[in-house]
Design a protein around this ligand. Structure first.
Ligand code: SF4
Length: 320
């Protein structure tokens, strides 16, 4: 029997062409004969019950917990990766795994009264077959699903995954030069995904991690304009702490505040500073009424049924 010389993995924008026995860029997808399979299917390298705000999602079921899970792997090589030990190929051998079937993951969420399951910590795109299987069972139990992703979908994976995910948090890491210099990748597929998801039924929030002096006000202004024109409603600007190969000094609160002020010029309605003590409350963008009060330790929601209680305007989000 002859085997096709190359098979193409369509899980992400790289479209790796695999010879028999070949392994993709991510180190997770491997070809054997006529199939491409996912290494260590169902082997979780991390699981936890987190407040949904930690994803971060501020406008999706606020104040609830989410069962967060990850298999190993990623398709980018960010030098500042906050979770490199469960995402970068060099650490794959040493990763400790606990195997769960998709049904067992869903049961875990039910047993722990989590109304949602989050695919997070590493890059779910490279283990999307497992994610979709878990999400299928989650839907049957009435649970919501959350994907926290670098957004480098292929066209095929965007179509495949979208029906199974209720809420996305997508990183936009910087401009194209930043993706090239710090991530070993490209921002083009990320913008493509944002433009596809923003007008869809799914909930969407965006995160950008801010490195002082690298993410300039000009870069943030340009990203903000692009997000606004795509129809994005919620943007988190998160303070950087040194990690992995990038030992630059941590971003100061002062710098983050400056960048947040710049971002607010973009007209994206809801902008939040992350990993900081700056104001993280939600205000009505029309009349400035306080809608959700947040601190490190507590959350108080004043909003009722998706409308501002004072001016009555619709507020983006899934509030209950
Ligand atoms: S998931 Fe992406 S990086 Fe991994 S093999 Fe498939 S196309 Fe390549």
């Amino acid at each position: 029997m002859s085997t096709t010389e190359y098979l193409v993995c369509d899980f992400c924008y790289r479209h790796c062409r695999l010879k028999d026995g070949g392994i993709g860029f991510c180190g997770v997808r491997e070809r054997s004969g006529d199939t491409i399979f996912t290494h260590n299917y169902g082997g979780l390298v991390s699981s936890a019950i987190d407040p949904v705000e930690k994803k971060p999602l501020y406008h999706f079921l606020p104040g609830t917990n989410t069962l967060s899970i990850a298999m190993f792997g990623c398709n980018l090589t960010c030098t500042f990766c906050q979770n490199y030990a469960i995402s970068q190929r060099a650490w794959e051998e040493g990763a400790q795994r606990t195997y769960y079937t998709a049904r067992e993951v869903v049961q875990l969420a039910v047993d722990n009264r989590c109304p949602s399951i989050s695919f997070t910590y590493s890059e779910p795109l490279v283990w999307q077959d497992y994610m979709v299987e878990v999400a299928t069972f989650a839907k049957r139990e009435g649970l919501k699903t959350i994907m926290v992703t670098n957004g480098t979908f292929s066209e095929e994976s965007l179509i495949r995954i979208s029906p199974y995910i209720d809420a996305f948090n997508i990183d936009i890491k910087g401009d194209e030069a930043f993706y090239r210099n710090y991530c070993g990748g490209s921002g083009h597929p990320v913008w493509n995904a944002i433009e596809h998801i923003a007008p869809s039924r799914a909930h969407l929030e965006i995160t950008t991690m801010i490195m002082e002096g690298v993410h300039t006000r000009e870069m943030i202004s340009s990203i903000g304009r692009h997000l606004y024109s795509a129809g994005v409603q919620v943007w988190h600007l998160s303070r950087y702490f040194p990690r992995y190969q990038e030992q630059k000094r941590e971003t100061s609160e002062h710098y983050l505040k400056e960048v947040v002020q710049e971002a607010q010029e973009s007209m994206v309605p809801f902008i939040y500073p992350g990993n900081s003590s700056l104001d993280q409350n939600t205000y009505c963008p029309y009349c400035r009424t306080l809608l959700v009060r947040r601190s490190w330790v507590s959350l108080e929601s004043i909003i009722d049924h998706s409308n501002c209680p004072v001016c009555g305007r619709h507020i983006y989000g899934t509030w209950s």
